[in-house]
Ligand binder design. Structure first.
Ligand code: KG4
Length: 345
């Protein structure tokens, strides 16, 4: 049985996975703690991880009817993420693995998200879906990756500034909506017209400093869109913003997703994958799911979406990935350090 621990941002998560089956997946979300500040406050996040993690570990074992001795491996997210948050999960994992005398595996958070598409009862076997063109859309990352198999990834493009989730969170803040903004924008956009305002779709061109290995046609940029929303809102009175909020939210959300879809389409044309997939917190969005479905149909590609419970940060994806043989065993347990800017490749 693998114990997974995830604390890279504002969710404290613990999971138990036995031979690839998720026994328990517990997540404590800190949303309520950060709401008043309109975003994640690192000091509050790490303190909350310290307070919550011990109880969550005991709760997970009790829920599965297991004891500490049943843990055969400890897997932990060591990056990317907030340094002070990662440290809490990594410290707990180091101590547990040392005390229980079991292997300690370090797992890349982004690869955990990527693996979530292969989890759940409806999930395809990697061999049936790959090569799959995968769109990873979270609060901290946005990337288009060709997954040729577990551990075999080709990065086609990524965001050059904000992540898609970050763009939605910042947009929501400008509209006076609470954190996290993605689900709020989705809720308000339901009553709005997505074509009411023509927000820019942030095209990326190859500048001299552009990373050689990436294709500009598959890269994302959301900072111009955010500025465009700011200018739009500044021109209006508070009363007008309130009245137009559904239209603004719907148009802004559409601009973010349209950019994602257009780059994904370029990726399809470039790589001719066997299927299409999407993971990460933003993949919870019903409008994005629908747009991806339409794109898949147009190219006769099956679409695989991460199950809703594995879209936002969780430890099940970390433990399951380790269970699938993709964690790196840490020989010097006390020496394991966090890597806040760890990349996928
Ligand atoms: O995957 P996640 O927990 O974050 C990282 O690992 O970085 O995703 C959090 C992000 C936030 O930006 C949040 O606004 C967004 O996912 N999100 C959504 C929805 N639910 C969460 N965005 C759009 N629509 C949703 N329903």
């Amino acid at each position: 049985m693998v114990l997974g621990i995830e604390s890279s941002c504002d969710e404290t998560a613990v999971a138990l996975v036995e031979r690839g089956t998720v026994l328990v997946n517990t997540v404590f979300s800190q949303i309520e703690l950060h709401k008043a500040f309109g975003g994640v406050v690192p000091e509050i996040a790490s303190r909350s991880h310290v307070e919550v993690l011990p109880g969550l570990l005991k709760k997970a074992l009790a829920a599965a009817g297991k004891s500490w001795c049943d843990i055969a491996t400890v897997a932990v997210t060591y990056g990317p993420g907030l340094a002070s948050s990662l440290l809490v999960g990594v410290s707990a994992a180091k101590s547990l693995a040392t005390y229980l005398e079991v292997p300690l595996l370090k797992v890349n958070h982004l690869e955990g998200h990527l693996y979530s598409v292969f989890m759940g009862t409806e999930a395809p076997a990697p061999a049936d879906a790959c090569p799959t063109l995968l769109l990873l859309v979270t609060g901290g990352n946005t990337m288009l990756v060709l997954v040729e198999g577990i551990g075999h990834y080709r990065m086609l493009g990524q965001t050059l500034d904000d992540a898609a989730g970050e763009a939605l969170d910042k947009g929501a803040k400008l509209l006076g909506l609470p954190y996290p903004g993605g689900p709020e924008i989705e809720r308000v956009a339901e009553n709005g017209n997505p074509t009411a305002i023509d927000f820019p779709r942030g095209r990326v061109t190859a500048a001299s400093h552009f990373p050689k290995e990436l294709d500009p046609a598959c890269c994302f940029s959301f900072s111009g869109l955010k500025t465009s929303l700011l200018y739009h809102v500044e021109k209006l009175s508070p009363h007008e913003v309130e009245k137009q909020k559904p239209d603004i939210a719907a148009s802004y959300q559409e601009a973010v997703f349209d950019a994602l879809i257009k780059r994904t389409e370029k990726g399809i044309q470039k790589t001719r994958p066997r299927s299409l997939s999407c993971v990460g917190g933003v993949a919870k969005n019903q409008r994005l799911r629908k747009m991806l479905e339409e794109l898949g149909k147009r190219y006769h590609l099956p679409l695989y979406l991460a199950p809703l419970e594995y879209c936002t940060d969780n430890a099940a994806m970390i433990a399951a990935l380790a269970s699938a043989g993709r964690g790196v065993e840490v020989k010097d347990k006390p020496g394991l350090e966090v890597d806040p800017s760890l990349s996928l490749l």
